[in-house]
Design a protein around this ligand. Structure first.
Ligand code: ADP
Ligand code: MG
Length: 345
């Protein structure tokens, strides 16, 4: 055996590796008719409509292995795709996953990545039904496609919000961004003086939100249970202001957002102050929260208040009124993709 229990992938070959990575799959969905092992998977959706989404993640662009454990990376790669399926008001059922990696990666490393992949599959009840495996010149590349199902015509688009609808968001915003600031800071210190131990004491909440995000399956289940259908929905991957602008532009509406209503976790507020940045700015422009932003008719308000995980943060207006935020100080400013520029003044 080579040193450090490192197994070269070349000792298994491509087919040996695929078999190794997929041999313990236990199918969880009746819709997964045929999984790994043939030219393609077969999925039956029993009269439901199919939702499909794909994401490509590239080392050095989307993730930094200096501070991202491979297990977390595997988990997160799946979760970010499932979040897009939930954002359509659909239930994810299958994923396929393509990976490319250089010989810098050992079998042990790829195993760790797949542990995270399978943990997410189990948690969200999806089946891994296929993929592709290739080598890359440099670095790690991950491509994941997720498939989901929805009752015919029950899917929710970004473009169908109505004037007067309430604007709502799940969970807390901005934490993942502050988590990233901590990890980037510690990486920089480590690069300059490698002996120094990272100081991330007390920041496990914000760092956890970055490294191990969850998709809001619970919110979609709540909608089904309470028989509410949002009029429009999007997941928060690029920051609240960017996602609000998508809904407004695609629905041809304006909106009024209240700063005091934006859900911010206490841990994130304290962490943001350590960097002397405004927590609201982190929520508006940070991203990677994977919460759900949606609009809902005012008549459904009574059902919404039953869920503590949902905050009403504003309402939809005529397009002529623009997209604005009322700050805690009472000022009114246009929301831009970098909404915090205005708040900083
Ligand atoms: P083909 O040459 O027909 O594309 P492959 O040899 O690439 O087939 O793949 C064989 C089987 O293994 C297929 O079912 C494929 O979906 C699956 N597969 C390949 N790579 C992976 C992977 N990294 N993870 C999961 N399944 C994979
Ligand atoms: Mg192939």
């Amino acid at each position: 055996m080579p040193e450090n229990n490192r197994t070269e992938i070349s000792s298994l070959g491509e087919f040996g590796l695929i078999d190794h990575l997929t041999k313990n799959i236990e199918i969880q969905n009746a819709s997964s008719v045929l999984g790994v092992g043939d030219d393609a998977a077969v999925i039956d959706h029993f009269g439901k409509q199919t939702v499909i989404t794909t994401d490509l993640l590239v080392e050095g662009v989307h993730f930094d292995l200096a501070y991202t454990p491979l297990r977390h990376l595997g988990y997160k790669s799946v979760v970010v795709n499932l979040s897009d399926i939930y954002a359509m008001n659909a239930i994810p059922t299958q994923i396929v996953i393509g990976i490319g990696f250089s010989n810098r990666f050992s079998l042990e490393a790829i195993n760790e990545f797949y542990e995270g992949v399978y943990a997410a599959c189990e948690k969200y009840g999806v089946d891994l039904v296929g993929g592709d495996t290739t080598s890359s010149q440099k670095g790690f590349i991950i491509s994941i496609t997720a498939i989901g199902e929805v009752t015919p015509d029950n899917y929710v688009k970004r473009s169908t919000a109505k004037k007067g609808d309430l604007l709502c968001v799940s969970g807390y915003l901005g934490s993942a961004y502050v988590g990233l600031l901590f990890l980037e800071r510690e990486k920089k210190i480590f690069m300059e003086s490698p002996g120094v131990q990272p100081d991330l004491e007390g920041e496990s909440y914000v760092i956890g939100r970055l490294l191990k995000p969850e998709a809001r399956k619970d919110i979609i289940e709540f909608f089904a249970q309470k028989e509410v259908t949002p009029s429009a929905m999007i997941d928060v991957s690029d920051g609240l202001s960017s996602e609000i602008l998508h809904i407004c532009k695609d629905s041809n509406l304006g909106c009024l957002l209240y700063e005091e209503k934006i859900p911010i976790a206490e841990e994130m507020k304290n962490a943001a102050y350590k960097f002397e940045i405004d927590p609201t700015a982190c929520a508006l422009s940070g991203g990677e929260d994977y919460e759900l932003l949606f609009t809902i008719p005012q008549s459904e308000y009574d059902k919404l208040v039953l869920n503590e995980e949902i905050s009403v943060i504003g309402y939809m207006t005529e397009p002529e009124q623009g997209v604005n935020i009322i700050t805690k100080g009472g000022g009114k400013y246009p929301v831009t993709a970098q909404g915090w520029n205005h708040l900083k003044q």
